[in-house]
Design a protein around this ligand. Structure first.
Ligand SMILES: [Zn+2]
Length: 296
């Protein structure tokens, strides 16, 4: 009851002030409470009643051991931001600086896809409180773009691990790039495949369906060789998913990251397709759009 009346007041305040105070500090946008019920697993044979409380009946998260005993297969994708290097039209460094301030103000936990695998209960007990930041188009064979290095430094300062989408391209790996990626990996960042040649996999598939797998495998092999850790995540070039998924399954990646769709994922699937959101105007506007999409 208190939650509803509080939310109502916040909505009233927001609707009164939002149109006229675009330049004021960001208002606190109500997030999903931690104990929001998770969609129920469809089951044909209901379990006999037990004394164990379900998440919806408790105000505090269940102990991890209890949650692990009855995992919910459908999870909400954490709100996920997609960034690229700075260009003439868009200053992604300034954008990220503003965005980090919002994440700090909202006290969100920034995670990686790999962390969600290592801590499978996190999406259940911290639903609506997790956030993923990804930066695409880092090339293993070249120095990292200075604007991307700036973004990396800001995220390291904030203690936020990000996911870096790396294109492997030739057999050469630029030593400083490898060193930077290794250092970041050691502090909990995730290095993801962004394919070998950055060609749109859906376009490759139209011409030669069986060339999708080698494109992914080559990048996984090269990243594993450079970093001693095989990526579990594929960031799709241009966010474009293939029509068939046999080639994706064969590659063995667990996370397949696109742009559209993928607001939820099903832990029972062979791979987990998840979506992302790119910047839309300023950081404040983008954050509001992301909350609507990922934490409806
Ligand atoms: Zn890309």
């Amino acid at each position: 009851m208190r939650f509803f009346s509080h939310t109502f007041i916040v909505i009233i305040i927001l609707s009164l002030f939002l149109p006229s105070c675009a330049s004021l500090p960001l208002p606190t946008i109500p997030l999903k409470p931690v104990d929001t019920p998770i969609p129920a697993t469809p089951t044909l044979t209901p379990e006999p009643a037990t004394l164990t409380p379900t998440p919806s009946q408790t105000a505090t998260p269940l102990p991890p051991t209890t949650v692990a005993a009855t995992p919910e297969p459908i999870r909400n994708t954490p709100a996920t931001l997609m960034l690229h290097r700075r260009n003439i039209k868009f200053d992604s460094v300034k954008f990220l600086q503003d965005f980090i301030a919002i994440l700090q103000q909202q006290d969100l936990q920034v995670v990686t896809y790999r962390k969600l695998v290592n801590e499978p209960n996190l999406t259940a007990v911290k639903q609506g409180r997790l956030f993923i930041i990804s930066i695409d188009d880092i090339y293993l064979r070249y120095p990292i773009d200075p604007s991307v290095l700036e973004m990396i430094a800001m995220l390291v300062d904030a203690g936020y691990p990000a996911v870096l989408g790396v294109v492997t391209d030739s057999d050469y790996a630029y030593p400083e790039t490898v060193e930077t990626l290794r250092k970041l990996q050691n502090i909990g960042w995730e290095i993801a495949s962004h394919s070998d040649t950055h060609r749109n996999l859906a376009e490759i598939e139209k011409v030669a369906p069986k060339s999708v797998y080698p494109e992914i495998k080559a990048s996984l092999d090269k990243l594993e060789k450079a970093l001693d850790l095989r990526p579990i995540t594929l960031i799709l070039p241009e966010g474009q998913m293939t029509r068939g998924d046999e080639q994706i399954k064969r590659s063995g990646v667990l996370w397949v990251v696109g742009i559209n769709g993928g607001n939820q994922y099903d832990l029972r699937k062979a791979y987990l397709f998840v979506g992302r959101e790119g910047p839309d105007g300023n950081a404040q506007n983008t954050f509001a759009i992301m909350l609507k999409r990922f934490n409806p």
